[in-house]
Write a protein that binds this ligand. Sequence first.
Ligand code: SF4
Ligand code: SF4
Length: 192
Amino acid sequence: MSGLWTWEQKELARPTTKQEVIEAGLAYLEGVGADLICKVCIPSGGSCCLSCPFLSDGVGCGQRNTSCTAWLCGFLKYIYYEAGLIREWEDFWDEVPGQQFRYDTTPRHFAVRGWLEPPKLRFLSEAFADDLRRLRQDRPASWLVELKGKLDWHIDEILESTNPKFVKKTEAKLYRLTSDFQQFHRVKAQLK
Ligand code: SF4
Ligand code: SF4
């Protein structure tokens, strides 16, 4: 939770539940097309659920929580960043208390100041996933996981920076890292 609320913010507070924010997060992830990227990432050994005790074979996550719903890997962070959604996403989850590593202590009832409306951007992730699938065929097994880590690192650097020159330089690094993602960049150009 970020800071104390002013009277006006209290007036705007929206009562919600843990289940409702998880469902809003999942609907948003679906709107971004996250599942399309996961389908390429998981068979390549990049799954973020690896070795989690709550993961059941053939069933998936047995303990869906606010923490894992809010968390973005490098690929998703990159898509959100490029689509201009990352601040909205982070601001929303900053309002949700009790996020831990792979579990939460989020109360059943609480209030938030804003809400997430799912975007209609599956085409963006579809293009990224197609590029990822094609590119990983000619690259070493570790390539996908390393790329995911680098994207994550650089986007965090950008989000933490207040220096526009540094941001520009780091955005250029992101572009170099993804320069072979031709379908993605073609589709993304249509967003502008
Ligand atoms: S690391 Fe990212 S792309 Fe891979 S399975 Fe997890 S959420 Fe999906
Ligand atoms: S708790 Fe989190 S890491 Fe574990 S299986 Fe569920 S989504 Fe994956």
